[in-house]
Design a protein around this ligand. Structure first.
Ligand SMILES: [Zn+2]
Length: 702
């Protein structure tokens, strides 16, 4: 070893390993007689590091694109950030539609005319005031950045390190300031001041353009522009300067938030900027001017002088906080209040085991706090639980089912990785369906109104997807993962005194090690490069089995008794005869005769207990991602002699008569299944996709 202590190792890291990222700069801010520490990095250097990463060179996106589902160009596809209208508008200067044109701050001169061939770099920022558990009373307030040129697939993977920590904002409650109003104002000013310091380099570079070299060695003239701010509701309120309870994006009345039909438009950036500009000339009238424009009197908000950006467009939907922890949390509470709790829990316990479905053995009504994962698990079963339950006092459950279904539809549609004009219309429609049926919750006395900012935020999803691509481009969950990886680990590595200085050094060392590791992997030829995938609407499903069967030889009798496949022998004979004579050479009678008298030259078959539905993914660890699985396993004994119950999953099989997707093929199958008792009329024809699965928990009897 070239070192004998941690100290020596750190010295080697500090002096010998190169770092592609800039060092942290320490600043001190004085506010209300106290000093606060603030760490930041040069954001342009961070952009440069991401843009120039050789691993990403092959997949970077340099220009806006328009994708359509067909040559008639009627239905547009939205997926990656460069497929959205924001990028196109900034580059070519088209319009976003009449209703938003005035407030959109569309560049007067198209950038393409001003800087021919310029490459836009959309900068995405995110921050989240996460309480670090070990901190005690203190909180870490990290700010991350990434760029929209990197495909979302790569941005999603923490291992690719495409989100860079650009700063730790000072966290303080300013408890020594006695007036709550001035405390809030000072905190907002502090936030915006620090963000301004971080984004300062963009103010100039976004106007004049700078040269940047991508990982393949090509130098382009680029324009780094602030594009999106990703954060939860309190952060959005802080960023936009609106009041808590209002919509940060539009000017809707807070008493009308629950109303879908109320017309509202995006906040008028120009009006707000005009009001803010009075600060230097007319300090006395400043507050009043801000109030008229609908913004709190913030001294120079960070987005004030960022070129070609509109903060009200830049606030992106937030699936985790707005949908799962917001609207869905409310919905589960409303539904469990509406129905009989005991019945709901009983239904929960009855759910058969299923891949991807968590069993809530204690029910869902007694749980008081949920994690994001639990919310997602609950949403999967919610509609199935309530679908034919009765409401008290003979109230019709139909509108309740409809509104629940509509919100769930919205939840899942909102997370599509690729949208078309049609699926966006479905998204609009599901929101409309909820609002058309929501009255039932008022009638049941569960709600008085629906003036919830998170529910209102759903109104803005379609527009945001059209602007910046699908919601997986700006998901807060990615950076939540990073908090765990970076902020918490970094804090643990300190001795809890003067922690920020130690944390930043720890972080810089960690980044150097990761970079070096990446270099070594490249050197050894182990590195997988990120390649770009064009947006695709097709799903490539693959059925996979294990290499060896779960049991090598199972007797036919056992297949009937233990696996419940009563007509297995007959079905197998039919399959074999039909494979041998696929054409019309045998008439019906001859066929049945051949099946009836066919001798099987064996008495047992190998059996597989699990069948997986997978889809190919580009990942270092696995080639396939499991989407679903079917289990067929008779009862068995554990090593301790305890009985493990049998599991026979339900499968609906498309025997080639149904459509490619949806239930239509399955419905046909069910009706055919009914005719199953008369074996001679069995219309089952196994083809390449024919799967034979028994149904229910125990061995099937029908
Ligand atoms: Zn709004």
């Amino acid at each position: 070893m070239s070192f004998s202590s941690a100290e020596e190792l750190n010295k080697i890291i500090d002096t010998k390993l190169p770092n592609g990222l800039p060092q942290f700069v320490w600043e001190e801010i004085e506010l209300a007689g106290q000093k606060y520490e603030f760490y930041r990095r040069d954001i342009l250097q961070c952009v440069r590091a991401l843009y120039g990463d050789p691993e990403l060179a092959e997949c970077l996106m340099y220009a806006p694109e328009k994708h359509y589902t067909g040559p008639d160009k009627k239905s547009r596809i939205f997926s990656e950030m460069n497929s959205g209208r924001w990028w196109w508008t900034r580059q070519v200067g088209s319009h976003l539609g009449r209703s938003h044109r005035r407030s959109n701050y569309v560049p007067q001169k198209e950038l393409e005319k001003e800087f021919p061939g310029i490459t836009i770099i959309p900068v995405l920022l995110s921050s989240d005031k996460t309480r670090v558990v070990l901190f005690g009373t203190k909180t870490a307030y990290p700010v991350y950045m990434t760029i929209g040129n990197i495909p979302k697939d790569a941005r999603r993977k923490p291992s690719r390190r495409t989100h860079i920590l650009v700063g730790y904002l000072p966290t303080t409650q300013l408890l020594h300031v006695s007036s709550a109003a001035s405390r809030r104002r000072m905190l907002a000013n502090l936030f915006h001041h620090c963000f301004s310091r971080i984004l300062d380099p963009l103010k100039h570079a976004g106007k004049t353009g700078i040269e940047m070299t991508s990982g393949d060695g090509v130098t382009r003239r680029t324009l780094p522009l602030f594009a999106c701010f990703v954060g939860d509701y309190p952060e959005q309120v802080l960023v936009s300067g609106c009041k808590t309870g209002q919509c940060p994006k539009c000017d809707i009345d807070r008493k009308k938030l629950g109303d879908l039909d109320t017309q509202s438009s995006y906040r008028d950036l120009q009006k707000v900027l005009d009001a803010l500009s009075t600060f230097d000339n007319d300090p006395a009238g400043y507050s009043a001017a801000c109030s008229r424009a609908g913004i709190k009197p913030i001294v120079h908000p960070f987005w004030e002088s960022l070129p070609y950006s509109d903060i009200y467009l830049s606030l992106t939907p937030d699936v985790l906080h707005q949908l799962y922890q917001g609207v869905m949390k409310h919905l589960v509470a409303w539904v469990t209040t509406a129905f009989n709790k005991k019945d709901l829990d009983a239904r929960c316990r009855c759910l058969p085991p299923n891949f991807n479905v968590r069993s809530f053995t204690k029910g869902i009504t007694s749980l008081s706090r949920f994690t994001g994962k639990e919310h997602a698990d609950m949403c999967r079963i919610l509609l199935g639980l309530i679908v034919d339950m009765d409401l008290p006092n003979g109230v019709s459950p139909v509108p309740l089912i409809r509104s629940t279904r509509a919100l769930l539809d919205f939840l899942y549609l909102a997370q599509y990785p690729v949208h078309t004009s049609e699926t966006l219309q479905l998204l609009r429609q599901s929101l409309h369906d909820f609002h058309a049926n929501k009255r039932v919750f008022v009638e049941l006395g569960i709600r008085e109104d629906f003036n919830l900012p998170k529910l209102h935020s759903l109104v803005h999803y379609v527009k945001s997807i059209e602007l910046f691509g699908t919601t997986d481009n700006y998901n807060t969950e990615y950076t939540e993962r990073l908090h765990i990886d970076l902020a918490k680990d970094a804090y643990r590595a300190t001795n809890h005194r003067n922690e920020y200085a130690q944390m930043t050094i720890w972080l810089e060392r960690k980044e150097k090690i990761l970079r070096h590791q990446s270099y070594l992997e490249w050197h050894l030829g182990n590195k997988t490069r990120v390649t770009a995938h064009p947006p695709s609407m097709t799903y490539n499903g693959v059925l996979t089995l294990t290499k060896w069967p779960s049991r090598r030889a199972v007797d036919f009798d056992e297949i009937v008794t233990k696996y419940g496949a009563v007509f297995f022998r007959e079905a197998l004979r039919r399959y074999l005869v039909l494979s041998k004579h696929p054409g019309p050479e045998l008439n019906r009678n001859q066929l049945e005769h051949a099946i009836l008298y066919m001798e099987l030259p064996f008495t047992s078959v190998p059996v597989y207990h699990k069948l997986k539905f997978t889809t190919p993914v580009d990942s270092a660890r696995t080639k396939h991602l499991t989407l679903d699985a079917i289990y067929v396993r008779p009862m068995r004994k554990s090593k301790k002699g305890l009985a493990i119950p049998a599991r026979f999953d339900t499968a609906l099989v498309n025997v080639g008569l149904g459509k490619e997707t949806g239930m239509e093929g399955a419905t046909k199958f069910t009706s055919m299944f009914t005719g199953y008792s008369g074996i001679n009329r069995l219309p089952y024809r196994a083809d390449s996709s024919g799967i034979f699965v028994a149904r229910g928990r125990g061995p099937c009897t029908s």
